[in-house]
Design a protein around this ligand. Sequence first.
Ligand code: HEC
Ligand code: HEC
Ligand code: HEC
Ligand code: HEC
Length: 221
Amino acid sequence: MIRRVTYLAILMLLAAAPVLAGVAQTKHNFSSPSSSPNAYFWGAQQVCVFCHTVHNADPTAGSLLNHEMNPGTSYTMYTSDTMDMIQSASPHEGSLICLSCHDGTIAVNSLNNLPGPEGAGLYGSPGGSGLDGSGRISGSSHAFVGTDLRDDHPVGLFYDSTKDLNFHPKTGNSQNYPDKLLDEGLYVECTSCHNPHDNTYSNFLVESNNSSALCMRCHIQ
Ligand code: HEC
Ligand code: HEC
Ligand code: HEC
Ligand code: HEC
């Protein structure tokens, strides 16, 4: 509850948040063919609305999420004989928010709360080669992740370096690595490596991965 109220307060200050100004210049601005040439929506004028709303958000997701999620979707998780840490049966919030678009099962413009008084529905009509006719990320798009996560870095992972000494131990301080990359301070999720607002380091990475620096925030080798 406290977390949600904080988000609301931050959202109300959004006009004064220069850090977030960048999202309009990225491929996550679906209202603009010049920012997101492969995936945009004719008639859409707002930027944040594809992911956030100030009312009628999905209360289970946090971050005042406006994009529809399908609770019936199940994911095939990464498996490997050399994994030592505990992986949940499904991804957590910090991945589900991304997968709600990137698994290709729900239209990018399928929102809980449209701008204006309409309620839930579709916002604009799809344009660009990365979307199918229904506005979903198409299977041929480079941004398609799908529901089979066996070919992706594991997520839904409870970070515990005592189970594998090739990982940096947690510090207990959320400002330090690797803690600051962990969702809720606990899990490896999409948001460990990606910031959906900022494309400074390309691919929406949270920081530069030159010399695999991002990998080495958690991995020792
Ligand atoms: C493509 C989806 C997407 C778009 C577009 C988007 N956001 Fe977000 N936003 C997210 C996600 C996902 C989170 C949760 C991040 C996390 O849990 O680490 C988030 C979190 C936030 C938060 C909480 C604090 C934070 O940074 O984690 C604020 C505030 C916010 N967004 C504001 C905005 C504003 C303002 C815009 C428009 C200028 C915007 N967002 C556009 C996906 C988006
Ligand atoms: C509202 C739908 C939506 C949400 C939510 C969303 N994305 Fe995206 N994302 C897209 C679309 C559409 C594209 C552009 C695809 C294209 O260019 O063909 C994209 C592009 C990307 C790209 C490729 C950028 C590039 O330069 O090519 C990455 C990486 C990405 N998203 C990661 C994420 C992550 C991680 C999250 C969650 C934190 C997230 N996205 C949340 C719809 C979404
Ligand atoms: C451990 C770090 C890490 C995690 C976790 C992670 N990614 Fe990525 N992702 C990257 C890096 C690094 C790239 C840059 C391209 C590359 O090296 O393949 C990338 C690239 C992408 C791209 C661009 C297309 C491509 O394949 O290169 C998309 C889309 C994407 N990630 C989405 C996601 C989603 C959705 C999740 C959660 C299910 C996720 N990522 C989890 C590190 C990560
Ligand atoms: C936020 C922490 C974090 C970051 C950043 C991160 N990883 Fe990981 N990675 C993990 C954890 C935790 C595991 C699971 C280890 C285990 O269970 O033994 C893992 C597993 C892996 C595995 C599978 C190992 C196996 O045994 O099957 C590979 C490969 C991998 N990571 C590569 C990368 C690469 C490449 C990058 C940089 C793009 C990266 N990781 C960034 C935390 C991270």
